[in-house]
Design a protein around this ligand. Structure first.
Ligand SMILES: [Zn+2]
Length: 239
């Protein structure tokens, strides 16, 4: 190999590999694009309507506090539950359903579903589906990927069974911090008609989340917004 060709190869190959890795990373974390099937980060609508979603529960203490708050505001939301948490706290999961909220599948063990085999991913979906059906959930079972991460296998499996993958367009990051003012302002700055808002009722203690949701519900209602489940929001899309 001539010196010139060798230099071109030595510089070019790592750049191509780096470019591919960056592309894969971007693809895995995109809220609005996946290779197969339906992905919804929000819906197009002129109506002032949003869907509030809570991930990672059910978790004793936190989930009840959110339920009380939603009841006080007369709001129904969507809870993307982790299968193993449903197993641990079955009565609490059943209470969420009984209070009129939508339950969705957020995997069984909350491991990132990238670089995993199809059989592993299918098991993560199926176990939580079975737990949700066992609670009495009827109709379509929406899915949300743990950490919002997906590459090829997960979207492919979801699309094969005609399932919708639900992400979000309003992310206050309450899993990372609990500053009420910050969480509230992040929602109010990015919310718009058709938004899907991501909060968490699982994981660490989240007193800031409860306060921020309380404030956000009040402010959005003042602005004329109403609140629906994700399936209800999807049904409004395009109108
Ligand atoms: Zn999660």
């Amino acid at each position: 190999m001539s010196r010139k060709r060798w230099v071109r190869w030595a510089v070019g190959t790592p750049l191509v590999v780096l470019g591919l890795l960056v592309g894969l990373w971007q693809l895995s974390r995109s809220w609005t694009f996946q290779l197969f099937g339906e992905l919804h980060a929000r819906v197009e609508t002129s109506e002032k309507v949003v869907a509030l979603t809570f991930d990672d529960g059910p978790r004793p203490g936190q989930t009840e506090a959110i339920l009380e708050l939603l009841k006080r505001h007369g709001v129904r939301a969507s809870f993307f539950m982790v299968g193993r948490n449903i197993e641990r706290h079955r009565e609490l999961a059943a209470r969420v359903l009984a209070e009129g909220h939508q339950l969705g599948n957020h995997s069984y063990s909350h491991h990132r579903l990238i670089f995993k085999s199809p059989s592993y991913v299918r098991e993560e979906l199926d176990r939580t589906d079975a737990l949700l059906r066992g609670l009495g959930v009827e109709g379509e079972l929406l899915f949300r990927a743990p950490n919002g991460k997906k590459l090829v296998v997960l979207p492919w499996l979801l699309s094969r069974s005609g399932r919708k993958h639900i992400t979000f367009d309003v992310v206050p990051r309450d899993d990372a911090e609990q500053d009420v003012e910050l969480l509230t302002s992040r929602v109010m700055e990015s919310v718009r008609p058709g938004s899907i808002i991501l909060f968490h009722d699982g994981g660490q203690e989240k007193p800031g989340t409860v306060k921020a949701v309380d404030i956000v519900l009040g402010r959005l209602r003042e602005q004329g917004y109403r609140f629906v489940t994700v399936s209800e929001l999807l049904a409004l899309g395009g109108r």
